[in-house]
Design a binder for this molecule. Sequence first.
Ligand code: GLA
Length: 756
Amino acid sequence: MKIQFDETCGQFHLWNDKISYIMRIMENGQLEHLYFGKKVSPDRDYSYLSERGHRDMQACPIPENPKFSPEHIRQEYPCYGHGDMRMPAFEIERENGSKIVDFVYVSHCIYPGKKAIDPLPAIYCETQEEALTLEIRLRDEQIKTDLVLFYTIFASVPAISRHAEFVCQTEEKLSLETAMSFGIDLPDMNYEMVDLAGTWNRERHVRRHALEFGIQSVYSLRGSLSSHQFNPFLALARPGVDENAGEVIGMSLLYSGDFLARTEVDNYGVTRVTMGIHPQQFSWPLSMGEKFVTPEAVIVYSDQGLGEMSRIYHQLYRNRLARGVWRDRPRPILINNWEATYFNFDEEKLLSIAKKASEIGIELFVLDDGWFGHRNDSRSSLGDWYVNEKKLPGGIKGLAQKINDLGMSFGIWIEPEMISEDSDLYRAHPDWVLGDSRRTLSKARNQYVLDFSRPEVVDAVYRQLADTFQGVPIAYIKWDHNRSMSEVYSAGGGREYQGTVRHRFILGMYSLYARLRAEFPEILFESCASGGARFDPGMLYYAPQTWCSDDTDAIERIRIQYGTSMVYPLSSIGSHVSAVPNEQLKRVTPLRTRAAVAYFGTFGYELDLTKLSREELEEMKQEIAFMKQYRSLIQPGKLFRLISPFENDGNLASWEVVSQDGQKALVAYFRILQRPESPYTRLRLEGLEEDAVYVCREVKNCCCIEPDAEEWYRSGRELANIGLIMSDVSAGCAGVAADVQGDFLARMFLLEKTES
Ligand code: GLA
């Protein structure tokens, strides 16, 4: 790994074993992008990649050189006002309204490691040897403002992280109107854009479509949410790229609010990608001495398809984004009371569920919504974070102790960024609601958003929560957020303040997380936003796991979790077994299928255990024992997606997790409907050692390995090239066991490396 600056040609070359990133200082002092991709030789001058030509009548070259037309040059961090007619990465408005800027190279520095990006989430290093950072300082002398571009290259992964900083040193009042985290101009458009899209209950489905001339983008304008609709991620994959082969560039933004991820293909086929805070509704005044820092983005290069891209993100986000005592610990198997009781519970009801939970080996009891103020439905009490003693006479402490006495730890739900009209907080501070009180304000789920752009509001919520939780044995917090921002106006400031509110809100929310994490370092946080509306890397910095979706139907979850795994590690995917008929879709699926899907995440249950039969509880007991044995394989394991539920007719799906030490692998195979006269099928495995021999066993009912289970010995080479036989009786195979037939089927296999 090295960052090299060649003074003679003004070229920066960042490389590690796998990738190179190259740019240069142009004749006009601005930066030109030259190359990003597989590693190329160091110590070479790549300025021949600057293409200059007299391109068209309407080009606007600099006066000194008719061939220097910025719109025909691949820019590094494109600006407005220099003949580049494409979308800029940043815009600054001067007092007189001019947006013309001219930032030119001043200096750079290179250092080992990586700095924190205060006050935003960021990838970190544990040792200085893990990464190298380059800071390039550019200055616009007229507006006396510096632009600093940050690049970090990592020693062990083909990834670069980027962000930008604006430092104002003028008395003139400036306004930052756009401040994207990065821009990159790629030399051609021969890509397909892969993104994750959906809605509530149907988050992060994988979409793929060819790049076209013009603009394609994904975004959020929901203020406080990265959203159910799109994820702050996109990848550009060469046509034909699959899970295992081909070139992909992944781009992921560490931010939880409004974002824009945009591709723009010009008429010469150059592809510009910019990603960052959405410029719509954003406007940030900059005064003398002030600085604005953009969120960080992580750009990954893979020449082994989408699967390798995902594993690189998993490694970085699991080990160098998630933090704290829970980062490396196996996640506790939990029971959550939401789908069991909704708001309708008392201590006796909760304890009856908890007792059953402890009998079958569950480790953590989570009390969801409805424990505070006088909340018995969604119409009241958000903002009043003190216990409802009618429901819990011994307070949270009393309940938590009883749960502890049953041998389980205790967790609780909060929604700190919200306020109900019927709450003491609202009666005391109606102006703390985000919105213009002179206009109609929409209520979503009967609630308003608190104005977290104001530090005094965040402080007040912090004090309430810290007081309520102090001295209570709380091991886990589920932090929810159940509405989008709509009529955004803050009473905290005047006209200039309004364009800052949405970003300040996110900073306020991050700061509350930071304070609560510091005060309660042992608590495991799980973020949530009506299911998965905030499944983004920004949140993973504060909460190492995220409730993936309110849709707990196992069949829908196959798609949702498959899509989520495109970027996010299994250790971050909140996944529960729920009751049948399923609450969202009324679908009835076998318990083993529900468990087999939920294992590939943090794993837990969300149903009324007191209503289950002895047989069901016995099966769950086995599932829990199974997960306790294999979660340290699954959660930090290497994920290989084998069959996509988004391809063909979506009837099959499969994935495989290989343990970090390569000794074991678990394979899951899902068949939605059993079809008549099916083809013979084989499942080709990935990530195994070709010359090793594996003993393969089917996981009976997806919950146990029976001592006398049938064993097959197969070499890694056979498993990769021939595969495991998955044909069923409808494919004409006689003797297929009855328990691997029928609809909504899950099968699992355990593979262990052996000497024989
Ligand atoms: C959201 C969450 C659910 C549950 C409810 C409680 O919808 O996603 O899991 O916590 O809120 O109101």
